[in-house]
Design a protein around this ligand. Structure first.
Ligand SMILES: CC(C)(COP(=O)(O)OP(=O)(O)OC[C@H]1O[C@@H](n2cnc3c(N)ncnc32)[C@H](O)[C@@H]1OP(=O)(O)O)[C@@H](O)C(=O)NCCC(=O)NCCS
Length: 194
């Protein structure tokens, strides 16, 4: 899939349970790559609980069953935004990670924040590759890597672009919900218990 065709949706408060399911389904190694260290399930649940959807921005990609298969969290501090990304293994290599990075960068730009930052392990070749593709400058030090992107100021095209992408992602979500409902209606009825 081309990164441009990925329906990336900005998530809201109601997505917390789906986000928890997404992060809790990552295996130990992916948790280490995403958070920099292995953290237990309780700490992941607490992280999801503490996400501030008003200050920060969280983006996601849903599959046909409306499960969040790819997530990016952008946290804002002053004139900088920090990004963390994860894509479930079965959905990798299809441009979802790149699409999330591009959408996050556009959002940060539209919030008049000029720098996007990402911290990851230097061994994370896929992430480094995507970061380079987006034009990020990477500094590697003792096994860890910091990637920076200087963003151009927002312009009418970037603001309109983000608005349109969100509408398309919401439309995609509505279509998937309808398809699921039709599938449920067509499913054979379960026999009554008792
Ligand atoms: C890193 C991650 C987000 C990538 O997601 P993804 O959806 O597979 O990303 P994309 O499909 O957009 O792009 C993957 C790119 O990496 C490349 N790639 C994959 N493995 C690679 C490797 N070992 N070395 C170099 N490049 C690699 C792919 O060829 C692809 O490049 P292309 O777009 O030029 O063809 C995903 O692997 C992941 O969630 N990993 C665990 C969590 C993590 O590492 N998070 C990042 C820290 S914040």
């Amino acid at each position: 899939m081309n990164a441009k065709n990925v329906p990336v949706q900005r998530l809201t408060e109601g997505s917390r349970p789906g986000l928890a399911r997404h992060f809790l389904s990552l295996d130990r190694e992916d948790v280490r790559l995403r958070f920099g260290v292995v953290i237990p399930a309780a700490a992941i649940a607490e992280y999801v609980e503490r996400i501030d959807f008003d200050t920060d921005a969280v983006f996601g990609v849903y599959d046909e069953e409306l499960a969040l298969v790819a997530v990016a969290h952008v946290a804002f501090t002053g004139d900088m935004a920090e990004l963390g990304v994860s894509v479930l293994p079965a959905h990798r290599g299809r441009g979802l990670g790149s699409a999330l990075l591009a959408r996050a960068a556009e959002h940060v730009r539209n919030r008049f924040v000029t720098r996007l930052f990402m911290h990851c392990l230097a061994e994370n070749a896929a992430m480094m590759h995507i970061a380079r593709k987006l034009g990020m400058k990477i500094c590697v030090d003792t096994g860890e890597a910091d990637a920076f992107l200087k963003l151009a100021p927002a312009d009418p095209a970037s603001v309109t672009g983000e608005f349109v992408e969100q509408r398309l992602a919401l439309f995609d979500y509505a279509l998937k919900s309808q398809a699921m409902r039709i599938k449920e209606l067509n499913a054979p009825a379960r026999p009554l218990e008792g």
